[in-house]
Design a protein around this ligand. Sequence first.
Ligand code: HEC
Ligand code: HEC
Ligand code: HEC
Ligand code: HEC
Length: 374
Amino acid sequence: MKKSLFGVIAISLTLFGCSDQPGPTPTKQAGDPAAGKIIAERDCKACHGLDGKGVAPAIPNLAAQREAYLYNSLKEYKDGQRSHAALKNMATNMSEADLRNVAAYFASLPPIASAASGDIKHSSPYEKGKILAAACTNCHGEDGNSTIPGTPTLAGQQPHYLVAAIQEYHQGDRAKDAMRSILRDADSADLESIALYFASQKPVKRGAPAHGDPAAGEPATAVCGGCHGANGVSVDAATPSLAGQDAQYLEKAIKAYRTTRKNWGMQRYVAGLSDKDIENIAAYYASQTPKAADQVPTSTQELAAKCDRCHNQPASPTMAAPKMKGQDKDYLVMALRAYRDGKRESSTMHTMSFPYSNAIIDSLASWYASQPAN
Ligand code: HEC
Ligand code: HEC
Ligand code: HEC
Ligand code: HEC
């Protein structure tokens, strides 16, 4: 993946303008809600309620959902594009008219009153990360700009790389007892939140390094730029930026690929370097001007605004995007992970959700679930 987080989102937004959606098959004749109610009473009530409210977590609310979307979903279960054994069974045994009628019934119901909304705590991964990061700032600096030789700056580092690096300490793959003990009780959403916080901070330029010769180091970095970017500013979310990093840390990290750190590309490229070369390369990168990873979303509302381009629009024959406000939180989490991981078909939603960590998905889902249904 050579795209930054926001690159992917930006591209997905330009490629998939809402009106270009391969829309739902327009309902040829309107369904009959009264006939649909009979089916709902017999087959759907146990899980979706007669009022269209999912009876348990992870069962979606259907009340006031768009009729065309409901009909489409049922067709997808029937045709096997969405996998859920019970729904496939039911949908297969229903006639075309039954599908239309039951979709019309649930669409005609009033939205679920949002009495429970207040119960859903919506967490911002950025705010959570900021709180957790307090345990790191003694060493890594207030905003992730380290001033202690040997301790790396985390500010503006590429987010996927940071998650991976933090996980390596968490799991003990990279030995550093101080960090291992701090991170011991963190779960993966915590780790992602910390990474998001640091990735969003602004890195600052350093003074001249104490050792090494930047000018002598520069030619040796020609082979590094293909992955680490021009002057060490990486544009790939999984490859670390080196510009403005602490020189002593850089030296140690490069040498570690000869021994403990495993990465096929890195091991190959550093194998032939002498200690003197490494010192000069470190001095070169340390003295470059750093630049933060492309803007990382810091508020859930900021992200949701992008989703609302499709999901919070008036119904139209070409708009297949379902309503999400007031939807069951667990269901939304499950649906988003399924798109991201390629387990539910929709190229648009796969592109949208691809860059999102579980922490971001969780915050988006809790935000939508806590909004009054419309
Ligand atoms: C055994 C419990 C159960 C029953 C009975 C049931 N459903 Fe569902 N329904 C679910 C679950 C769970 C999901 C989420 C499945 C998934 O992730 O694809 C779902 C999803 C749906 C969806 C997709 C909603 C969305 O937002 O994408 C529709 C539409 C739906 N059901 C309609 C019906 C209708 C109509 C009936 C009766 C004919 C029915 N269901 C009966 C459990 C049930
Ligand atoms: C006691 C000081 C100390 C504390 C506290 C600390 N770190 Fe570190 N951290 C270091 C040092 C020193 C290194 C370099 C270790 C090495 O050479 O492998 C490092 C390395 C890292 C790296 C690797 C950076 C890279 O570019 O690969 C990450 C990520 C990191 N720390 C995250 C954290 C997080 C998150 C916390 C708080 C939960 C934390 N650290 C707390 C001292 C500390
Ligand atoms: C083929 C792509 C590629 C090339 C070429 C490459 N690197 Fe890397 N480099 C990576 C990746 C990917 C990582 C992260 C690996 C990991 O997770 O340990 C990395 C990690 C590093 C790190 C650790 C950064 C940190 O924050 O801990 C340093 C330092 C580094 N590279 C220096 C160099 C230098 C110097 C060169 C040129 C001599 C170079 N790299 C060439 C892909 C590359
Ligand atoms: C370009 C339009 C578009 C954008 C932008 C978009 N979506 Fe979607 N979304 C869709 C369409 C179309 C579907 C229906 C796909 C299907 O049939 O599975 C969908 C389905 C979904 C579903 C499944 C809901 C259900 O009831 O099963 C969720 C959850 C979802 N989107 C979340 C999001 C989030 C969160 C964002 C923002 C990060 C987003 N979407 C941005 C078009 C979009």
